[in-house]
Design a protein. Structure first.
Ligand SMILES: [Zn+2]
Length: 257
């Protein structure tokens, strides 16, 4: 029987949490410890009342998430935030969170796994953040409209839908990048142009990114922040479940974004 601390250490090593830079609210690693050995693992994109209740309903006592308890920044333990903590503690549920280490990992990362899901073969990194690449890039020769349709089918399986910036009919995607979540920034747009990319698949982006993309000859596919970050937590939970010899469950809680 493995404890949450033991499984968290394995995950930290696998994902290189110590060496991977991140935003401070990410607080990668074990965020809430518990007492009992882990009997079932739940995976979810966000730590929320919905996913904690889903974890309890599934009978799991380790919740693995991408956006942890502190993702919203420093908050007093009142209202819904208190209720999250109270539910975890009252039901002896541990919480493990991995943000950029789970975006950037070369095989367990959201970006790598989304590329594979879309039948794209990653050949390098994209979207550098300090010492790591949060995304992946590669080459292909597919109609961009087909890529949008595949992304849409994927997003719909997770309660969302994919949209795309304006492109010309018959356009083909030859050099692409995938960066999940809120992957579009002025820096990633610049990097895309410097790398000679023609298509970026991401989760969500600011409105100006669609305007800029059209003028830069880029296509951006927005497949949903939530949907594009479902894959990493599932891969991690599956890996941990094999190590601990316990079952795992995905707790779906689409956010509408
Ligand atoms: Zn995210």
């Amino acid at each position: 029987m493995s404890t949450a601390t033991e499984l968290a250490q394995m995950a930290n090593e696998l994902l290189r949490c110590r060496e991977t830079p991140d935003y401070s609210p990410a607080l990668n690693g074990l965020q809430v410890d518990n007492h009992a050995p882990v009997t079932r693992i739940a995976a979810a994109v966000d730590c929320s009342l919905r996913t904690i209740r889903g974890t309890l309903n599934a009978g799991a006592n380790l919740l693995v998430v991408h956006h942890g308890l502190f993702w919203g920044g420093l908050q007093p333990l009142t209202g819904a935030h208190l209720e999250r903590v109270r539910l975890l503690l009252n039901h002896d549920v541990a919480l493990y969170s991995a943000h950029l280490p789970l975006d950037a990992h070369e095989t367990f990362g959201n970006s790598f796994l989304l590329a594979r899901e879309l039948d794209l073969a990653p050949a390098g990194g994209f979207a550098r953040y300090q010492t790591v690449f949060c995304g992946v890039q590669g080459t292909a020769d597919v109609p961009t409209a087909e890529l949008v349709a595949t992304s849409d089918a994927f997003a719909r399986r997770h309660g969302g839908r994919a949209t795309a910036s304006a492109t010309v009919p018959g356009r083909r995607t030859r050099r692409w990048a995938v960066v999940t979540g809120a992957g579009i920034s002025a820096d990633t747009m610049r990097e895309a142009v410097e790398c000679g990319l023609d298509t970026i698949i991401t989760g969500e982006g600011p409105h100006w990114s669609a305007v800029d993309a059209e003028e830069k000859g880029l296509a951006i596919v927005y497949a949903g922040h939530y949907a594009t970050e479902t894959l990493g937590v599932c891969a991690l939970a599956e890996w941990l479940s094999a190590r601990a010899g316990v079952p795992w469950t995905f707790v779906a809680a689409p956010t509408g974004l």
